[in-house]
Ligand binder design. Sequence first.
Ligand SMILES: [Zn+2]
Length: 268
Amino acid sequence: MIRIGTAGVPLGTIVRDTQAGIKYVREIGLDAMEVEFVRGVYLTENAAGDVGRLARELDVSLSVHAPYYINLNSVESEKIEASKKRIIDSARIAGILGARIVVFHPGFYGKVTPEETLQKIQENIIEVRETLDKEGNNVLLGPETTGKKSQFGTLEELMAISQTAKRIMPAIDFGHLHARSNGGLKTKQDFEAVFDLFGRQFKEPMHIHMAGVKYSEKGELEHLEIGACQPDYKHLAGILKERKIEATVISESPNIEKDALTLKKMLE
Ligand SMILES: [Zn+2]
């Protein structure tokens, strides 16, 4: 089964809160929403309980995006601890929401090599995982493929980290993969290579982000509407259908619900 939804409350939602967003998602025929904690974990435990109940009632599946200010490879240990706390806090609320995954951008290479970065980020993600495991929190940790070349997060790097512990699964952002490879997602085969690599390690449903993207030699500049630019999401739709892949696809286009509905049409 494929679920499609929006990154945050859809633009057409009149009352700008999470519950209204979930109702609106259902009204327009979508069935997923990513709760965006990009500037901070804004839901209390009580509020998350109410939101989770509504989502279950309306059969809208939830995921969570952790705050942007995360760097698990910082040279300052306080920044690493603060980053871990942001992921843990997000995952705790995600657990109450009934969300399946908490997506986050793991960090930056800074002045050290990609190998050293991988080592340090891996250790920190494992510590976060262990904290959550001790609490009986089963929410997946979803380090996301990132769009800027200064950011840690190629698919290969994330697959390596995900091998080291259970309940760590890369979130695949195709716009970001396209941007950081200077427009590498051109053909259907380019998309298939991503699914092949992921499928070698994971049999569970994928978590996918979708947007058009503007980029420079340094990677991502901004998100654009799909259809107006590469990558061509007809390839994504084709592969999802042909391979009968289970996935949640979250639109991160500037026109979030319109493009989510565009993908839904492509899949029909
Ligand atoms: Zn993201």
